[in-house]
Design a protein around this ligand. Structure first.
Ligand code: F1P
Length: 353
């Protein structure tokens, strides 16, 4: 971190305090366990929709993939603006009143206009029930759901979400584990804070080495399954904090055209999974052969290794601090302030309904 200025002091503190934020959130989620189980979707709903905006839309993509994998229910994710303004092509027609939907709305602020409008439209149309996850109890969204999970430890000063994202995402993983009856998985979440502290200590020097390399001019974040949503979020972090060209792709999709963009000034970041590691490692090797730098993040045998022995569903949270620190270090190297990204406000309030 550049100690000569206050630039990024909030972002840095928020990234480094994530393990403590996760521990505090798990206390809230454990206390809400019975309420969450009372809405267990398998018995009541035909499908689950997840929604948010910006970071919380990417969170919804990751949450939908993980929840579908664990519960077997059909889960989809849409930007809140789509559920609000294009309901027929997103939420779908209401032609089967017995076909109830559970909507999970995620928002750090609990005030984003599109998210509020999407939830109002969903409830007014009688589509089903709403669960909200947010960080501020007094915000409008935290009063709209049949269940409102508020995780104050995700609150942040900086505009670009880091601690808020990982804490709210942890909330969706906890819900999925409870709904799927995966008690061991839910209880395994308690090992995350310690794994996170170890990871931050390992990732910091790697980010401090790559971040200042301003010869890099494009970043591609590769992730599959729930990790595609996380790749989308980390790509957004790199854009918001360092004003760099950055894009997410499903791992093997990168071969189908986007790899044409690979140059020696490229960094490909792989959120490599345990299940498909060899297929994913092959993509990274091919990109290295084309001249790209590659940052491999995985449980083992990678540039940054978790070595936590956690279930993949629990471990997914651990990819986030690595990418956040990389974006943070690059922002400082470019003399930008990650606490105040270009053109962005902390919350998007739309004046017109
Ligand atoms: C949603 C959001 C953020 C983005 C920026 C503007 O906020 O789009 O994802 O990074 O802060 O707001 P929220 O609904 O999660 O509060």
């Amino acid at each position: 971190m550049n100690i000569d200025t206050d630039k990024g002091k909030f972002t840095h503190q928020e990234i480094l305090s994530q393990p403590e934020a996760w521990a505090a959130a798990l206390e809230v989620l454990t206390a809400a366990r019975r309420d969450a189980l009372a809405l267990a979707p398998a018995r009541r709903y035909g499908r689950i929709l997840f929604t948010g905006c910006g970071s919380t839309y990417y969170l919804s993509l990751a949450a939908a993939a993980r929840t579908q994998e664990l519960t077997g229910l059909t889960c989809r994710a849409f930007p809140a603006s789509e559920l609000w303004l294009n309901p027929a092509s997103s939420a779908g027609r209401i032609d089967n009143p017995t076909y109830k939907t559970l909507l999970v709305a995620v928002s750090r602020s609990g005030e984003t206009t599109e998210t509020l409008r999407a939830c109002e439209a969903f409830l007014e149309a009688g589509r089903g029930d709403l669960i909200t996850l947010s960080c501020y109890a007094e915000a409008p969204l935290a009063k709209m759901g049949a269940l409102n999970l508020v995780l104050p430890s995700g609150q942040e000063q900086s505009v670009a979400q880091t601690r808020a994202f990982s804490t709210l995402y942890l909330g969706t993983v906890a819900l999925a584990a409870l709904w799927a009856g995966c008690t061991d998985l839910f209880e395994g979440l308690a090992r995350l804070p310690e794994a996170g502290r170890r990871l931050l200590a390992q990732a910091a020097p790697v980010a401090a080495e790559i971040g200042p390399d301003l010869s890099l001019d494009r970043f591609y974040w590769l992730g599959s399954g729930p990790r595609y949503g996380l790749a989308g979020e980390l790509s957004l972090k790199m854009k918001e904090m360092s004003l760099s060209h950055s894009e997410p792709f499903h791992f093997l999709e990168f071969r189908h055209g986007p790899k044409s963009m690979v140059t020696e000034s490229t960094l490909v970041i792989g959120l490599r999974s345990a299940a498909n590691g060899p297929h994913e490692a092959a993509v990274l090797e091919e990109m290295r052969a084309l001249g790209s730098r590659a940052l491999d993040i995985a449980e083992s045998d990678a540039t940054v290794c978790f070595e936590a022995g956690l279930d993949q569903a629990v471990q997914d949270v651990l990819y986030l601090p690595v990418g956040q620190l990389l974006a943070f270090e690059r922002a400082l190297a470019r003399a930008l302030d990650p606490d105040r990204p270009n053109h962005l406000d902390k919350v998007v309030h739309l004046s017109r309904r």
